[in-house]
Design a protein around this ligand. Structure first.
Ligand SMILES: [Fe+2]
Length: 267
């Protein structure tokens, strides 16, 4: 019997990719991400299943089913910040395929793909290098699907949870992306007071596992704050966990006007 042993909301802000060169405003988020490394080590997952807001697909959700994710990442979005970044960590083809199957059964169209060559984007690789610095835990990267509304993303998350429970894996599900996402020029710019307040209100609900409150609050919250990718990454996580996990906020920081939480949750 598989189990979701933890759930994380993580930042992937590009300026933490190279920690040695990271600017001052990212330090708090980096500290939080290092705390998550400890959480992952303690929970000893077999696999991390991670939805990234920077892997945007149009018609289907995708789950990468490569045996190994290996490559060198240069970000087409920010090549001056992320270039020539090597990554090499195991995948979990069996779980990726099970996720796609369960999602299709649930009416959330999904495809497991092991297409080669394939270059991961920084929303996937950036958090993984903090969560598992030795690249020794399997990862199933998931996309965010544009044509899937929040209800479908929740169903997709439920299918992720069902696939994990039907497997033999101890899994951590991860949502990689910001909450409020009203972008402005200026990397160190914070969200407005109003949006920071809404982010913190939502984080408070999530870390206390107030599932009913989350259910009624989340859709409007995503619209009002223009949550990154409409909040699809978080919807996946909530679908998988049922919104009942509890935990803590490790850090919250800015990136070009967006609000970036670092959160850990456990059943
Ligand atoms: Fe992002």
């Amino acid at each position: 019997m598989g189990e979701i042993v933890g759930a994380l909301i993580v930042t992937h802000t590009p300026r933490i990719a190279n920690e040695a060169a990271a600017p001052e405003f990212t330090r708090e988020m980096i500290r939080g991400m290092h705390e998550l490394e400890g959480v992952v080590a303690r929970l000893r997952p077999d696999v991390i299943v991670q939805s990234s807001t920077h892997w945007v697909t149009t018609f289907n959700h995708y789950a990468l089913s490569h045996k190994r994710h290996k490559g060198v990442l240069t970000s087409s979005e920010a090549p001056e910040i992320i270039a020539g970044m090597p990554y090499d960590f195991p995948g979990d083809p069996e779980l990726a395929e099970a996720i796609a199957k369960k999602a299709n059964e649930a009416g959330a169209p999904a495809i497991a793909s092991a297409a080669e060559p394939f270059m991961l984007e920084y929303g996937t690789v950036n958090p993984i290098q903090y969560l598992t610095p030795n690249f020794d835990v399997s990862v199933v990267p998931l996309s965010c699907c544009l044509m899937a509304n929040i209800a479908e993303c929740l169903r997709f998350g439920e299918a992720v949870g069902a696939a994990i429970r039907a497997s033999s894996r101890r899994a951590i599900v991860v949502a990689s992306g910001a909450l409020s996402h009203k972008l402005v020029r200026g990397p160190s710019t914070w969200p407005t007071e109003e949006n920071q307040k809404l982010d913190r209100q939502f984080i408070d609900m999530v870390t206390h596992g107030r599932a009913d409150e989350i259910k009624s609050f989340f859709p409007n919250f995503c619209k009002t704050t223009q949550a990154e990718m409409g909040g699809r990454h978080v919807a996946m996580l909530l679908g998988a966990t049922g919104g009942t996990f509890k935990g803590k906020l490790h850090a919250y920081g800015p990136s070009s006007g967006t609000g970036n939480p670092v959160v850990s949750l456990e059943p």
